[in-house]
Design a protein around this ligand. Structure first.
Ligand code: CAA
Length: 370
């Protein structure tokens, strides 16, 4: 039922805007507000905090269906849900939950996750941002880069060192509001795909964060971050499934319409071979995503391997499936006249963000070898 409802909404409301915002790079705020009304911004948040009270499997279905029509809106939704409401719901205190979750679920404020820095991507422990305690504030200094939702967000979960000597045990997590003195949003990134995600830099120059905005205790940040990424990577996998599903559907349709050598190209076995490989890949990826979400729903204490698999494989196949879709479309696939070139551009980010494919393989292999 959820899949059907979200698909109907996505096809009627989100799909018409998708090619346009890919061109302009404009953050689709109007649609995000509509999604908030349907409860899609707080999918896993209990109703008492303004959310929909669904489970993680439901969330992955929501992200897949949205991404099937608009990958930008897919990741905007994923970030708000799993990178922002999830760590607040899981690690914040009652007061913080009551203050911030209703704002994030209602769309009054959009959420963003400030981890990546100009000099720290894969190696989280090498981040340079610092937060020093002064009276009842932390003084935050540093810069964050490639922050999805950054230009539109009102609430940021930000990571910084409160004690660099302790290495990863000295990282802390903060809730930062947009109007915090000393905090500014920097340049907007012109990206190859997912172009309407408000991706930008964040700059902290003696930004004053009230002590009550620390999530958990000082030094909890690395675990908050890793545990959150375990959850959010499943949604990035779901985004990959959605993009790949869209590419498969377009390729099937086009192969029946386009004629060459006197017959529709779908009659050629080389095309059929590609379609069959694409369909298997999409379904296998979907099942990995659903399985990882199921592990989370069942309360598996650590499901890093399942989550990394649910991110790595869908990312890989999404790039491959969208590339094949372009191939089936031939020259038209390379043209903006058809959506498959957008799917191909959008898919590439899946191998890079929320941990590159190489990082996912490290997580999987470390767990295998443990
Ligand atoms: N859950 C809980 N704890 C975890 C954990 C997890 N998943 N992973 C690691 N930890 C704990 C370890 O148990 C260890 O704890 P102890 O010190 O108590 O033993 C501690 O954290 C350090 O672990 P590691 O030694 O494994 O840490 P590492 O420095 O080797 O890093 C890594 C591990 C997997 C490479 C990690 O740095 C990583 O995931 N890097 C990728 C970063 C990433 O995904 N960035 C995404 C940015 S957000 C984004 O992209 C959003 C967007 O645009 C949409």
């Amino acid at each position: 039922m959820l899949r059907d409802e979200v698909r109907k909404f996505a096809e009627s409301v989100l799909a018409p805007l998708a090619p346009e915002i890919d061109k302009t790079g404009e953050f689709p705020m109007v649609n995000i507000k509509k999604m908030a009304k349907l409860g899609l911004l707080g999918v896993i948040v209990p109703e008492e905090y303004g959310g929909s009270g669904f489970d993680f499997q439901s969330l992955s279905i929501v992200i897949e269906e949205i991404s099937r029509v608009c990958a930008s809106t897919g990741v905007i939704t994923a970030v708000n849900n799993s990178l922002v409401t999830y760590p607040i719901l899981t690690f914040a205190n009652e007061e913080q939950k009551k203050k911030y979750l209703p704002l994030l679920c209602s769309g009054e404020k959009i959420g963003a996750f400030g981890l990546t820095e100009p000099n720290a991507g894969s190696d989280v422990a090498s981040l340079e941002a610092t937060a020093r305690l002064e009276g009842n504030h932390y003084i935050l200094n540093g810069a964050k880069r490639f922050i999805t939702n950054g230009t539109a967000a009102g609430i940021f979960v930000v990571f910084a060192y409160t004690n660099k000597e302790l290495k990863h045990k000295g990282v802390s997590a903060f809730i930062v509001e947009k109007d915090t003195p000393g905090f500014t949003v920097g340049k907007h990134e012109e990206l190859m795909g997912i172009r309407a995600t408000g991706n930008c830099e964040l700059i902290f120059e003696d930004a004053k964060i009230p002590t009550e905005n620390l999530i958990g205790k000082e030094g909890d940040g690395f675990k908050v971050c890793m545990n959150t990424l375990d959850v959010s990577r499943v949604d990035i996998g779901a985004q990959g499934v959605g993009i790949a599903q869209a590419a498969l559907e377009e390729a099937v349709k086009y192969s029946k319409e386009r004629k060459a050598f006197g017959q529709p190209i779908c009659e050629f076995e080389m095309i059929q071979s590609m379609l069959a490989e694409m369909a298997c890949a999409v379904q296998a990826a979907r099942l990995l995503v659903q399985y990882a979400a199921y592990c989370k729903d069942k309360g598996m204490p650590r499901f890093s391997r399942e989550s990394a698999m649910a991110k790595y494989f869908p990312a890989t196949i999404a790039v491959d499936v969208t590339r094949k879709a372009v191939q089936i479309f031939g020259g038209y696939g390379y043209s903006r006249e058809y959506p498959v070139e957008r799917f191909y551009r959008d898919a590439k980010i899946l191998e890079l963000y929320e941990g590159t494919s190489e990082i996912q393989k490290i997580v999987i292999a470390r767990d295998l070898l443990k």
